[in-house]
Design a protein around this ligand. Structure first.
Ligand SMILES: [Zn+2]
Length: 251
């Protein structure tokens, strides 16, 4: 890196060199060039593939958790809620989410969302949860379950962004489709057959973050005391997370 010594700061002449420098993506094992070197974007530390990965999953390298990874944590969170339904912290989360869904406006069919802002789409996602009669306590259990899994999995990516995006994806899965049924005329037989369409628009990274931020705002105070207890309940009922080293048995 060249410095203009007389002025004591980096000289402009050094800039083009720095930008054209071939730099590799910071993700372990990735051999691709960073976006600025590839000329595909502005990212200076990651390649295009891993930038898009982060947008979709909330992490440059960690993929989205499967429902089966999440299940023991959500189940434990439900049991935890059972015992803490009257607590002020739970009540605060509950009413904040109820308020959010009540004010979310009408449910737009999934197909008419094109061109709408991320804020609008996030609001529709909450309106869909309301329309699908998803219980508020289930939404809270999922948020707590996601937070507990990320805390308990030694191989997880423990960042706020991963947590909110993963929570949003798990919630979004509950009610994200528009289902249509209709009859199709079959010329060969002269009869009709049933056809159906499931539209599951994949939420953009922006929308997922808006959904996740709203969930975090409602549930994060509650998550602080709940997460260690949810992890303890999960361990007691289902055993430790597979990422934990095996405990040597006393002989
Ligand atoms: Zn990469």
């Amino acid at each position: 890196m060249a410095y203009d010594l007389r002025r004591g700061r980096r000289s402009n002449a050094a800039l083009p060199l720095e930008i054209t420098e071939q730099r590799r993506c910071a993700v372990l094992g990735c051999r691709r060039q960073v976006e600025v070197s590839e000329g595909t974007g502005l990212a200076r530390y990651h390649c295009r593939y891993h930038i898009q990965h982060k947008s979709r999953h909330g992490s440059h390298w960690h993929s989205t958790y499967k429902a089966s990874d999440l299940r023991p944590y959500v189940r434990s969170a439900e049991l935890w809620i059972e015992e803490h339904r009257q607590s002020p912290a739970y009540q605060a989360s509950y009413w904040q989410l109820e308020h959010l869904m009540a004010g979310a406006g009408p449910v737009d069919p999934a197909t008419s969302l094109r061109g709408q802002s991320a804020n609008y789409r996030a609001r529709v996602a909450f309106a869909r949860l309301r329309a699908a009669d998803i219980p508020t306590r289930r939404i809270i259990a999922i948020y707590l379950g996601v937070a507990a899994l990320i805390e308990d999995d030694f191989g997880s990516h423990r960042t706020r962004e991963f947590r909110i995006v993963q929570a949003a994806k798990a919630i979004h899965r509950l009610a994200s489709g528009t289902h249509r049924h209709w009859d199709v005329w079959e010329p060969r037989t002269g009869g009709t057959r049933k056809a159906e369409l499931h539209v599951y628009p994949r939420s953009s990274g922006h929308v997922l973050r808006k959904i996740g931020e709203a969930l975090e705002k409602a549930c994060d105070e509650l998550a602080r005391p709940a997460v260690p207890e949810v992890i303890a309940m999960r361990t007691e009922r289902f055993g430790p997370h597979p990422s934990h080293p095996p405990v040597a048995k006393a002989s």
